[in-house]
Write a protein that binds this ligand. Structure first.
Ligand code: ADP
Ligand code: MG
Ligand code: MG
Length: 355
């Protein structure tokens, strides 16, 4: 891969000293491993995806605020801060694109799927630890890097708009699925109620708790650190916890078309709850304790209606490989929601055991 020398120079690195290799399987940013040719330090160089993140400066500011707070509050905590440019800021703008540099964390892996409950535990513990250490930070300084990202109120009204404005063909094709999601509108109503509850506190949340956003030791699979802090911004506990439930508990992802493969693995659910709550249980408000099961419903439902909204809108947001792609993703998430609800009693017992 060729990286323009000026980008490296901005960070006080010389092009001749590094091999630049495409790295990882992230979908959002372009990630490059800068491998030292001289046994020096390696780096990760990332180009920020400005279609998704319109304000890279906000990302940078949020991360630096968090880093400064953690440095004082928890000096031994391993928080992966970006490397500043020679000019001072951590972002370098080059021909309209934004670049940042991170220390490369050696001897680690990012797994794309939890292969065993232990990995789910380790990842959840890392996200829980970050949330716990940031629990006391002043949120007024932060801005959202993606406004309304997990605002179910807005997602639900976009869904309703899409039902109204869809082409007749798509509206009819999605009729059953639309009705099924509307039947679960209690999940959106619950969110409205929670918003008026002062115990439903704001926290600095990661907002992208997929398992490949934690680096694990490549031999022991012990959690090393959280990465991909682009959406570190004020939010609610149910965002981070819910997306772990959505993405760690079923053996298949939202892309799976054989819906029979979507199952709730209680042992993974328990492992992630244990990992997360081992860090956070002493910090939760009574309302947060009450919404631990709801977290999974909230995120799965929101993701489901986002896919369906995009199907109804004619596939304008999520990249699709075939015409029913978004329809199938929505149906997949509906199935996951149904499976979760079927196990509610058992899963609530698991949560009780973790508190
Ligand atoms: P995206 O937003 O595209 O998902 P990430 O920040 O998650 O970007 O990076 C993509 C992948 O690159 C990660 O899943 C991980 O495998 C790898 N990676 C990112 N940062 C580091 C790092 N500092 N050290 C080692 N590997 C990293
Ligand atoms: Mg990532
Ligand atoms: Mg990301």
């Amino acid at each position: 891969m060729i990286v323009h020398p000026q980008i490296l120079e901005a960070f006080d690195l010389k092009e001749a000293d590094y091999d630049a290799l495409r790295y990882g399987s992230g979908h959002i940013n372009s990630t490059i491993h800068l491998k030292s040719k001289k046994r020096g330090k390696d780096y990760i160089l990332q180009r920020i995806n400005t279609h998704v993140f319109k304000r890279p400066d906000i990302i940078d500011r949020n991360q630096r605020l968090a880093a400064a707070y953690l440095k004082k509050q928890a000096p031994d905590y391993f928080f992966l801060s970006p490397v500043p440019t020679v000019a001072g800021p951590c972002l370098f703008e080059w021909q309209g694109e934004y670049w940042r540099l991170l220390p490369f964390v050696k001897h680690t892996v990012a797994v794309n799927q939890a292969d065993n409950p232990r990995q789910a535990f380790e990842a959840a513990q890392q996200f829980g630890r970050l949330a716990r250490l940031l629990s006391g930070i002043d949120l007024r300084e932060f801005q959202p890097s993606i406004p309304n990202f997990h605002n179910l109120t807005l997602r639900y009204s976009s869904f309703q708009d899409a039902i109204r404005s869809a082409s007749e063909e798509r509206r009819e094709a999605a009729e059953d699925l639309t009705e099924a999601f509307l039947n679960y509108s209690g999940i959106a109503v619950r969110f409205e109620e929670l918003k008026t509850d002062k115990d439903f506190r704001d926290r600095l949340m990661h907002h992208d708790t997929k398992i490949n956003n934690v680096l694990l030791d490549d031999k022991t699979y012990e959690g090393i650190c959280v990465i991909d802090l682009d959406t570190l911004m004020p939010g609610k506990l149910i965002s981070d916890l819910g997306d772990m439930v959505r993405t760690y508990v079923s053996p298949v992802s939202e892309e799976e078309q054989d819906f029979d493969k979507i199952v709730i693995r209680d042992d993974y659910y328990e492992a992630l709850m244990q990992g997360y709550l081992s860090e956070l249980k002493g910090d939760l408000t009574p309302t947060e304790k009450e919404v631990l099961f709801y977290a999974g419903q909230f995120i799965i439902y929101m993701q489901g209606i986002r896919f369906l909204t995009d199907y109804l809108n004619g596939d304008v947001y999520y990249p699709v490989k075939y015409p029913e792609h978004n329809y199938n993703r929505a149906k997949n998430q509906l199935t996951l929601l149904q499976r979760l609800n079927e196990r509610e009693a058992a899963l609530r017992r698991i949560i009780g055991g973790c508190l």
